[in-house]
Design a protein around this ligand. Sequence first.
Ligand code: NAD
Length: 476
Amino acid sequence: MNTPKPLQPQAPAVPETRPEEIEHLLQRQRTYFASGRTLEVSYREEQLRLLLNAIKSHEQELLEAMHTDFRKPAFETYTTEIGFVEQELRLVLKNLHKWARPRRVRESLLNFPASSYIYSQPFGIALIIGPWNYPLQLVLNPLIGALAAGNCAIVKPSELTPATSAVITKLINTTFEPEYVAAVQGGVPATQHLLAQRFDYIFFTGSTQVGRIVMKAAAEHLTPVTLELGGKSPAIVAEDADLGLTARRIAWGKFMNAGQTCVAPDYLLVQEQVKDELLEQLRIAIQQFYGEVPENSPDFARIVNERHFNRLRSYLQDGLVRIGGQVNADTRFISPTVLDQVTWTHPVMQEEIFGPILPVLTYDTLDEAIEQVNAGPRPLALYFFSGSRAQQDQVLEQAHFGGGCINDTISHLINPNLPFGGVGESGVGSYHGQSSFDLFSNQKSVVRRGTWVDIPLRYPPYGNKLEFIRKFFRWL
Ligand code: NAD
């Protein structure tokens, strides 16, 4: 039997960028933005191409850094980070010239003669703050949107994945001029100093708790924000679901990145008659994916740090372990685990889990399942497994959630034509593909009015024009 390799020592903690440096960078970016250089679409395309090349040339370093930080398997790092970001860049490079054009919309006869347009104008300087769990994707994808729309940007990757954050910082700071794009490093002090400055847009990905801090700071300057937050995303399994397929798709979405995914199914809500069969299918799927001893699998990541490891380990006491349950504190390993006999009052059901532990709850009727979901804060994602179109439609119509899938998990993120974001406590705003471009643009509404005639109807004195205008409004 292979003995599990010890974790590589964590990279040294990230340095804190000094407050004066942050202020200086911001000042330089303000001057640069005011120069108008970023307004040229060809300039933006050139810079995005530089980013694409930089990602390609840093691929090996990124794969190694994420392995050092939490033993993320290379396949997952490529598909969910590097390849994902490259896809987004290619899509933007193909379409940017179209998105950036003023969009003509239908005219109102009340404005005759005129034509109406939406002009997309960059906000100015964007601040992008990222989390640790998909450390590359979650800072670079928003950055692509910000640059495509013509903004300058300051990026702050997470301090909890120090090796990856060091590579991201190097990648950004060697690709761009700092007056255009810069990466700064640090934890809470640096982030709070950034948040005290006046930015033109703030894009934050992280926990709901820190999201509140960000929104409060943004309110000081009335800066628009996007908040990509977390929550407890359910996977609901109906009695008629194909249980083998369902188990594989849930296990894939839950245990990828060792469950440290914002849209991972947080808990299972299964129709009570099929619970035992579903758990049996989950046992088979987990064994197929990670073998008899998941600790020996090269395809299963580790928990990011000791604090999260201890928090997750404590959840194992909240119910009956039906599958998994093995832990190794030296390597921050927690095996893919399914936890039965859990109630809403257990800590594991009160907080976002963010790890490879899947608690199981049951329901009798679908109405009751939807009621349970809607009783809590609105989740970022929801997954429903059923062959019944009527039941699918009921869930889509009645349950509140950011986005999700029918008969799958996580794949709604893969299609860049779908805006991705949360609702309520799971977030504000959405991005990916053209939605990112729109998000980072001020959509200016403009009427171009003809000058060859000036119909006097709207001007005082109004005299007896009211009857005519009423008829005109009703006719429109
Ligand atoms: P976090 O909120 O702890 O940290 C995110 C960022 O905020 C980091 O860069 C950190 O330096 C900074 N930060 C932390 N505390 C701060 C404070 N007091 N003041 C100012 N800044 C502070 O989140 P995390 O642990 O890195 O990531 C996990 C969370 O992110 C989970 O809740 C997860 O669901 C969520 N998430 C959401 C998405 C999404 O797209 N919706 C994606 C990934 C992760």
